[in-house]
Design a protein around this ligand. Structure first.
Ligand code: 8Y4
Length: 272
């Protein structure tokens, strides 16, 4: 059970390794998803320096549809069981999934809806000792990339995160267990993503640890000149992580743990 403040448990910089447990991942080339193969990938990320593994059973890519509680549990529960004892985060918006994950020892709930989807999730987190990540998203995954609009993306994301932080604290979750996330790519154009990173210090100024996820995201490929990009390259992901580190980000949610850990170690060593 987590008792340390999040800022102590995850010193800056800490890396969160991404483990997608969706049917298109860790299958034997066909339809049979293999939790043991997923667990091996997670152990490799931990050996490479990840502080925690973020396990997600609901694809949250732009355009993705939702999954039922039963299906999401069918995907994540065998992996949670296989990784019991390792540092785990559960990427879910469902109280039922979070409850099971916390029983398997998950220490963080990563909710991309920032406690807006499931009215029971705040209580599940409050009644545990879990850490919580509150992320900004404009719209719903199905439609969020259609026409994202802001007057000032940074002030709107900041106001949203302050409001969700107050909501979580009101629900009984201590502030020292909460990190905030600008939600790079979630209802944002390339320009919005770039401005959020340029002005990340304004999000850091809220006073909570900041988590950023930009690993392989399509805005990086688009920034590099491919308007149809669906992914971004590793080099671009690392540059983004280093830039976010310089602006005060604490936790980095990434696919390429070994490379990002090395880059952030150098960035931290030379930081002003
Ligand atoms: C290629 C690679 C294309 C990755 C798309 C993607 C975040 C997150 C995701 C994030 C937090 C993703 C669950 C989207 N992104 N959680 N989750 N912050 N807290 N897309 O930025 O990786 S999934």
């Amino acid at each position: 059970m987590a008792i340390e403040p999040l800022a102590q448990r995850f010193p800056r910089p800490s890396v969160m390794g991404v483990l997608n447990v969706t049917p298109d991942s860790f299958s034997d080339g066909g339809v049979h998803f293999d939790p043991a193969v997923a667990a091996v990938a997670a152990r490799h990320m931990l050996e490479a320096g990840a502080a925690i593994i973020d396990i997600g059973g609901e694809s949250t890519r732009p355009g993705a549809g939702g999954v039922t509680l039963v299906e999401e549990l069918r995907r994540v529960e065998p992996v949670l069981a296989a990784l019991h004892g390792s540092p785990m985060s559960i990427d879910t918006s469902k109280a039922g999934v979070a409850r099971v994950a916390l029983q398997y020892g998950a220490e963080m709930v990563n909710d991309i809806t920032a406690l807006r989807h499931d009215p029971e999730l705040a209580d599940v987190v409050a009644e545990s000792n879990a850490y919580l990540c509150l992320m900004h998203m404009q719209g719903e995954p199905q439609t969020m990339q259609h026409a994202p609009t802001y007057t000032d993306v940074v002030s709107e994301v900041k106001a949203f995160l302050e409001e969700r932080l107050a909501f979580a604290i009101e629900a009984g979750i201590p502030a020292e267990r909460i990190c905030l996330d600008p939600g790079i790519g979630f209802g944002k154009t390339v320009d919005h993503c770039v401005e959020l990173l340029q002005r990340l210090d304004e999000i850091v100024a809220i006073g909570q640890p900041v988590l950023v996820g930009l690993s392989r995201k399509s805005f990086l490929g688009k920034l590099l000149g491919d308007p149809a990009a669906t992914q971004g390259p590793l080099a671009a992901s690392i540059a983004g992580a280093v830039a976010a580190h310089e602006r005060g980000a604490t936790i980095f949610r990434v696919h390429d743990v070994h490379e990002t850990v090395a880059a952030l170690r150098v960035a931290a060593a030379v930081a002003a």
